[in-house]
Design a protein around this ligand. Structure first.
Ligand SMILES: NC(=O)c1ccc[n+]([C@@H]2O[C@H](COP(=O)([O-])OP(=O)(O)OC[C@H]3O[C@@H](n4cnc5c(N)ncnc54)[C@H](OP(=O)(O)O)[C@@H]3O)[C@@H](O)[C@H]2O)c1
Length: 349
């Protein structure tokens, strides 16, 4: 006999108070829909992963509009506990995660609706989604590891698209997307140059990825880090850049990509100043670089990525910096805001 359908949930909603030092989240109880829409499922959330974006939204810095007092976070892993009467692709007990942009199924849709911004996110113990916005998760992973797939994982997967064995990739920083990209790139036989603002973090990563040796650059102490990257590639440049800084680093990233290489624009972690882009056009033309925007990925991308994970049985637990209890969501957001992590921070629900 299936368990009774849940009727309410606990969710962290944003306070929308952006004053430093004040709480950014409020835990509330709210009703779940009494009648489940015919093609929807109720998912019991077991783990929620945080991203820089969540801390940025909670502190009022998101460059795109957000719904007032919305629920934070877009990364969750959970189990289907109830299904609508017309659902075809899911059953009670399936392990699933919602896609990050719920309008992006095939990559060809015109709209965009990001969880935690255009609509409520997933920092809750139950969530309700239409079946076509849910992706089945690999069964070999525990909940915490599975929760980091939809945003950081799919973004890293999309940013590295087109890579082939023997190529060189520059991965910027040691945050969630970057450590995922680093791990995928190494597994795919790429040479990786990792940058960080911290020699200590670089040393830790060198020890972790000792064979073959990880190449590293400190982008904070070496303002001309792109020249160092060129040196490390005998002047050729890297095949792919996982670009995380935004305006402050983009031109340098283009300068250290090889002619005809790819720069995947993922992040905007630095101070965003259009004045830094004065050399953008001549540099793109000169180096014939393909600059591509990364917007996590489509549902199809996530399915491909999950298939790759299942085939390789790649463990992901080493990408987890720390696990907090659900109730400590506020502390978790602050931890990310201060950039203390190497890799991912996950809430266990
Ligand atoms: N486009 C998309 O689809 C998409 C998806 C996910 C995330 N993002 C964006 O991608 C970025 C990374 O996200 P995340 O979740 O991985 O963040 P995160 O886990 O918070 O990563 C933070 C780390 O990035 C590094 N960093 C900080 N400033 C930097 C800079 N100016 N240049 C290079 N690295 C810098 C730092 O590493 P060190 O301490 O080692 O220096 C920092 O610890 C964010 O801007 C996020 O909003 C975009």
């Amino acid at each position: 006999m299936s368990p009774p359908k849940p009727t309410e949930r606990r969710a962290f909603r944003r306070t929308d108070d952006y004053t430093p030092g004040t709480p950014k989240l409020k835990l509330i109880k709210e009703q779940l829909p009494q009648t489940l829409p015919p093609t929807s499922a109720i998912v019991k959330v077991h783990a929620v992963a945080l991203n820089y974006r969540d801390a940025n939204i909670a502190n009022g810095g998101n460059p795109w509009p957000v719904v007032p007092h919305g629920i934070l976070c877009n990364d969750a892993a959970g189990e289907v506990v109830a299904v609508g009467e017309k659902i075809k692709t899911l059953a009670v007990g399936d392990r699933v995660a919602p896609i990050t942009d719920t309008e992006n199924i095939s990559g060809r849709e015109l709209g965009r609706s990001w969880l935690a911004a255009d609509e409520d996110g997933v920092m809750a113990d139950y969530v309700v989604f239409d079946e076509n916005k849910l992706c089945k998760l690999p069964t070999y992973l525990d909940w915490v590891s599975a929760s980091i797939i939809p945003c950081a994982g799919v973004t890293a997967w999309s940013a590295l698209k087109g890579m082939s064995i023997g190529q060189t990739v520059l991965v910027q920083g040691t945050g969630g997307v970057s450590v995922f990209a680093l791990k995928l790139a190494r597994a795919a036989g790429l040479r990786v140059i990792l940058s960080s603002s911290s020699d200590k973090k670089l040393q830790q990563m060198k020890e972790k990825y000792a064979n073959p040796p990880l190449l590293t650059v400190n982008y904070s102490t070496n303002k001309n880090w792109h020249e160092e990257v060129l040196k490390l590639t005998d002047g050729v440049g890297v095949d792919i850049v996982v670009e995380n800084g935004g305006t402050g680093s983009l031109v340098k990233s283009l300068k250290c990509a090889r002619r005809g290489g790819i720069v995947s624009q993922v992040g905007y972690l630095g101070k965003q100043n259009p004045m830094d882009l004065a050399e953008l056009v001549p540099t793109i033309i000169d180096r014939r670089v393909n600059l591509r925007g990364i917007n996590a990925g489509s549902k199809y991308d996530m399915e491909d990525f999950c298939a790759a994970l299942s085939a390789s049985q790649m463990p992901l637990d080493d990408l987890i910096d720390s696990v907090f209890p659900f109730e400590e969501a506020e502390e978790a957001v602050e931890y990310i805001w201060q950039g203390k992590q190497i890799g991912k921070l996950v809430l266990r629900v």
